[in-house]
Write a protein that binds this ligand. Sequence first.
Ligand code: FAD
Length: 341
Amino acid sequence: MAAPKVAVVGAGVVGLSTALCIAETCPSCSLTVLSDQFSPNTTSDVAAGMLIPHTYPGTPIHVQKQWFKETFAYLFAISNSAEASEAGIHLISGWQVFKNTPKEELPFWSDVVLGFRLMSGAELQKFPQHQFGQAFTTLKCDCPPYLLWLEKRLKATGVQICTRKVADLWELHSEYNVVVNCAGIGAQQLVGDKKLFPVRGQVLKVHAPWVKNFIRDGDGLTYIYPGIHRVTLGGTREKENWSLSPDPGTTKDIFDRCCSLEPSLQGAQDIKVKVGLRPSRQGVRLEREVLNQGGVKLPVVHNYGHGAGGFSVHRGTAKEAARLVGECIAALQDSSSRAKL
Ligand code: FAD
């Protein structure tokens, strides 16, 4: 069989990192990324890019933890290299604070982040409305630079990158041997997945360079995440809301909530508002499927539905998707060598 032709649909953090893992594990593949939008116009560009996992109720915890561990290790190595500033990856310390003590004082990821501990009473004095807190160091991606860095690495390994809207995965069957679906919320239309739904998120990106620590309310709704150049203030979680237009009332509400956690934000300047649709499901869809029309087959690997935690687990899910692509190629090679016998 000639060099297998693989197409990855989608150029958010999931599509680009999946393509990179495929290029690393299958250097003989001819690989193409097809997407209707690229950075800065994807959901991944809107994200805060913090490595604090979201919990997927439909995925076993040990699997989620493995994805997070692999992602943390990968980005930690980048943060510790000369590439860190171009890739937009940095370590960041801060606090997750709770108005009431949570049921789970130690989250499943507490031994993956660095230096996880409960906050002291003296530290909690900074947050008079909260009575419990966790302090730790994690990683943050500045999302548009990270996406551009991934794209640059793909181009350097010879991967083709093309602008194309795919209406149906089957339309790719005559051009590619394997197709990888990383279409994010676009998968709802692309493969008719009724279990996938948007969770709208509105955030503010502000200039406040004096804010150095992250602060996250344990309810997950209000957060302050300093990046290299801007601080992300959030947020909202609006299920089944497809609107990409910023809402001015929500902007004021987010700003007020963040100021009540960190009063110095009153001095923040140059406030920009962004909206994104989290591709949400009970669990990430990460599996093989074989499409079949009239006896003609097209192996597909799905990798979408990362909801509120795509940055936190992207490398782990990309590695698994690349392994599944390897299985598809091995099956194709096996059937082509059997056909020659
Ligand atoms: P996307 O980035 O949406 O990429 C999908 C790609 O597929 C796009 O390039 C699109 O153009 C392409 N596409 C879709 N349909 C088609 C088609 N038919 N043909 C061709 N191309 C197609 N996660 C974290 O881990 N940490 C955070 O701090 C964090 N903060 C967030 C804050 C907000 C406000 C939001 C909205 C999300 C946040 N997330 C966070 C979640 C994270 O952004 C997502 O999980 C992640 O971006 C999903 O990546 P993706 O590549 O699957 O989707």
